[in-house]
Design a protein around this ligand. Structure first.
Ligand code: SF4
Ligand code: SF4
Length: 504
């Protein structure tokens, strides 16, 4: 079976082949307006996947962690107010894979008899594991296209690190191939006025998070400091672990920071009225849609890599054939540290590079820049790093099940800095990435991660504090990390949302 999408109205059809006289039931477009979105698996293959792919995680003898109201409903319930994902009901075969993913891989637990709405942290892992393509991101790409076509606004795109190593897959390239320069061309062709690199926002996050860490150390504030760039983890903490909120870095995520800078510094420099600006973050992550709607001002739209794939194909833009083009200047430069943010361990590694400079006044040598014990796909990775006279104990955690493990018996309290990402492999494994066959997910994650570390290796600038455009931003505008201006634009606060578990 194949999933076809109508390029005219977005209607999705599942069939072996579309008949020659097929007409879109929604907009009456002819067969030629449809293209294959992705190939689905045969039903016997679906059964095999349901039985095997997450075998380790299916604790069949244990009671369900997510209690549905109705026994026969195997699929996960999705609220109509969900800002990250949605379901196309006619494509759902009630196989239950999404619920198993959510409760056993994402580790959510709740009782729908007690909650007003189903709990969702927006991660999109159910999308990646749905065998029929019934689950999709909450699409915004048509709205963005309309804004671009109207040509009344200044539309600024920012591209997350993990998208550059996955988007090529949608056009027949291998996972891990760096398409960043072709992406710039593609977005310019779509009509974006400025195209910037979210790895710049990641560099900014490194400087703020490193400064916050030092401030916590000096003022004996709550440690360990947990990273806060993964919005799915932030929401999980707010709902299930409000006791950790003081430990959560107050830094906004890279897209939150960069969009705030676009609406302030960028507008001042260019003489633009901020109300004329539309920011569009292109991310590997569905939870970023939730972040934009529920947490952070200034991010006007979030397009997942999978949505961008649809948009480019609708516009018949063939990415691999485009010429290479550089990011625009002002927020287009990024260090290797900013790029590896997209892979598990990358955030900690980037902060350590900058902490070393702050605490010893020296840059790490080329051979010292990598902390390989923090990279890779282990659920919990630990390291003790000597920085000058300080021994910094660091942990990197991926997936909430492992977060629960590190919290057991207060084990986490021995660390100073903990990176947490909801998705396996970090952002490269995000729920907004282009779809691939479910059994190949791990292989794709590994290749994308390798791709990011390859980019880091080739970058002339490897540490966030050496990014010349970041230096200029502080010199001209923010002054210092954690300055009053930085705090106003780049930091945030969190709310105890544990009441969502019991609010009927
Ligand atoms: S995984 Fe997809 S097809 Fe299966 S129940 Fe969930 S939404 Fe339906
Ligand atoms: S997006 Fe994540 S949290 Fe929400 S239903 Fe899907 S797997 Fe569960």
């Amino acid at each position: 079976m194949k999933t076809y999408v109508c390029k005219n109205c977005g209607y999705i059809e599942t069939k072996e082949e579309l008949e020659s006289d097929y007409v879109c039931p929604k907009c009456n477009a002819l067969k030629d307006s449809f293209e294959v979105f992705h190939e689905n698996l045969a039903e016997n293959e679906i059964d095999a996947i349901v039985d095997s792919v997450i075998e380790d995680a299916i604790e069949s003898n244990k009671p369900s962690k997510i209690v549905n109201e109705k026994e026969e409903e195997k699929s996960i319930r999705i609220s109509e107010y969900n800002t990250a994902i949605t379901r196309i009901p006619e494509k759902c075969i009630n196989c239950g894979q999404c619920k198993k993913t959510c409760e056993n891989i994402v580790n959510l637990r709740y009782d729908l008899n007690k909650c007003k709405e189903p709990i969702c942290i927006g991660c999109g892992q159910c999308i990646l594991n749905c065998p029929t393509g019934a689950l999709v991101p909450k699409y915004e790409y048509k709205e963005v296209k309309e804004i671009l076509d109207a040509n009344e606004k200044i539309v600024v795109a920012i591209i997350s690190p993990a998208v550059r190593v996955s988007i090529g897959e949608s056009f027949g390239l291998e996972p891990g191939v760096n398409s960043e320069k072709k992406l710039v061309s593609a977005l310019k062709q779509l009509g974006f006025d400025f195209v910037y690199d979210t790895a710049f926002g990641a560099d900014l996050t490194v400087l703020e998070e490193a400064a916050e860490f030092i401030e916590r150390l000096q003022n004996k504030k709550a440690l360990p400091q947990f990273t806060s760039c993964c919005p799915a983890w932030v929401k999980y903490a707010e709902i299930y672990h409000p006791e950790l909120l003081d430990n959560l870095s107050t830094c906004k995520s890279p897209i939150g920071m960069q969009c705030a800078i676009i609406k302030s510094y960028f507008c001042e420099k260019k003489g633009f009225d901020p109300s004329k600006i539309v920011t569009v973050a292109i991310t590997p992550c569905t939870a970023k849609k939730m972040e934009a709607r529920e947490y952070t001002l200034n991010i006007d739209h979030v397009l997942t890599a999978s949505e961008l794939e649809l948009l480019l194909k609708e516009e018949e833009i063939k990415l691999p054939e485009l010429e290479d083009r550089d990011f625009d200047q002002l927020m287009g430069e990024s260090s290797g540290a900013g790029v590896i943010f997209g892979s598990s361990g990358g955030v900690c590694e980037s902060i350590l590079r900058t902490l070393n400079k702050i605490l010893t006044n020296k840059n790490l040598t080329k051979d010292e820049l990598r902390f390989e014990e923090l990279e890779g796909f282990e659920g919990i990775k630990e390291a003790s790093i000597l920085i000058g006279k300080y021994k910094v104990k660091v942990a990197v955690v991926q997936q909430m099940e492992n977060l629960e493990k590190i919290l057991e018996n207060n084990y986490y309290k021995q660390f100073h800095l903990i990176e947490v990402m909801n998705c396996k492999g970090g952002c490269i494994g995000g729920g907004g990435q282009p779809l691939c066959q479910i059994p190949k997910l791990d292989e794709y994650r590994e290749k994308r991660s390798k791709g990011l570390f390859e980019i880091d290796k080739k970058r002339a600038v490897r540490s966030a504090h050496d990014n010349a455009e970041i230096k200029l931003l502080y010199k001209e505008y923010l002054k210092n990390p954690m300055s009053e201006k930085s705090f106003e634009l780049l930091h945030t606060s969190y709310t105890d949302k544990s009441n969502l578990l019991n609010n009927k």
